[in-house]
Design a protein around this ligand. Sequence first.
Ligand code: ADP
Ligand code: MG
Length: 513
Amino acid sequence: MSSETVNTFEAQQQGRPTGPLVHGYEVIIGFETHAQLSTASKIFSRASTAFGAEPNTQACAVDLALPGTLPVMNKGAVQRAIEFGLAIGSHIAPKSIFARKNYFYPDLPKGYQISQFEIPVVQGGAVEFFMPEVKGVAEKKTVRLVRAHLEEDAGKSLHEDFIGQTGIDLNRAGTPLLEIVTEPDMRSSVEAVAYAKELHKIVTWIGICDGNMQEGSFRCDANVSVRKPGQALGTRREIKNLNSFKFMQQAIDYEVRWQIEQIEDGKAIEQATVLFNPDTGETRAMRTKEDAADYRYFPDPDLPPLYISEQWIEEVRGLMAELPRVMAERFVRTYGLPEYDATQLTQSKAIANYFEATAKACGQAKLASNWIMGEVSKYLNAIEELSFEEFQETVTPANLAALIGRIHDGTISNAAAKKIFGEDLVHYPGTKYDGAQDYIDACIEAKGLKQMNDTGALEAIVDEVIAANAKNVAEFKAGNEKALNGLVGQIMKASKGKANPQQVNDVLRSKLA
Ligand code: ADP
Ligand code: MG
């Protein structure tokens, strides 16, 4: 893993292309994400927000828009919006306004959706994240947010399994959403996915959203356009409701290719809302896009302005746990980790805490980080049904630290430690042993994995290998450094992996000098 990073924010600010060109076109992407807020009740009513109930059992008179009902703001939803704003460095508006967004659709009983338009509660801010590594380099990106506003969700039309007709389920009507809108700062589908993953991490970390994408708790709309570098922004099409990272990337890639083909064919792109079909891998226009004017927005007379005091903001700030970004910075400062490691380890709170406990227990933060990002994550990926919580019940931070300690003190090689990890430690039988250290030492003994610390024996092997590999030796002496690797490999093999690679190197070099 490399710690080298590239920050492209400046180039982006200056309007230079910062992403890969596709057939000579620059890709421009902006995101609108609906995060369902984790309140127990709805944004303007007392009905439950729990997922999966029988249709229309969780819709009260307010959600049904019965005459005479009035919305009452849910304080918990506002608090979550404040938490989000604080997490990404936004301005929290001291006074924001709810507006009616008017449109006609069967799943919207009021004939309008309560949202925020001109003055949203969260303004500005930015999300910082790393791109996946390419050739050992992870580029750092910054995507600016325009705003995040509170709004209510609509109901659902049920087209399947309803006596051959379409039914309406209003359980979801009035569920609190935070709509998070970015500037058109992203330049590739890969970057868009990396942004979405980072945003997902932030909202789940601070606990304002459960992040369940299958259940629709985190839905992204991707606005996509293309242009020749240096030109003004092109017309965008908006891909609605992407609820998996895989589909997100596929949908954007398809859309980009489609738009370029259109333009190359001399056709203009028409602003439209499109849907992605995972079965065909294609996007298809659903409707030509409405403009804000079509929605006849106006302030909702049923709701007073939302006032947020400085004092409330400070209270919320005081209640918030350390944020991933802040924790990552602390890992760099306190443990001397590369920024990339720190960012990877703070992908989830559980992993971050696990790392910190392991690093403290073994005193070897970089080794702990390598192990968690390497062997541990490989193991977790390989066993699908194993959750991190279950894993760490067996391989506790103390247990992993005990293994790492034996690498650090030179008892076993990294390769031997991997063997013990995969074959033994993940099945640690617990109480049968006097702690994990005892168990690990017993395994090292039983498997004969102790590194060779006897210089005499090592020297004998080195002499043998030198004698048997005259060609490599000659090449090395002629200045070919790589020829040494071959010899080291032979020695490691002859020692059955028990020699200490560093020591092998030293002995070999001194004998060849
Ligand atoms: P609306 O609210 O009507 O959808 P906005 O202007 O608020 O329109 O933009 C919505 C999203 O589209 C934002 O995330 C913005 O960054 C993005 N966007 C705007 N223009 C473009 C463009 N030319 N190409 C790609 N994305 C765009
Ligand atoms: Mg939009």
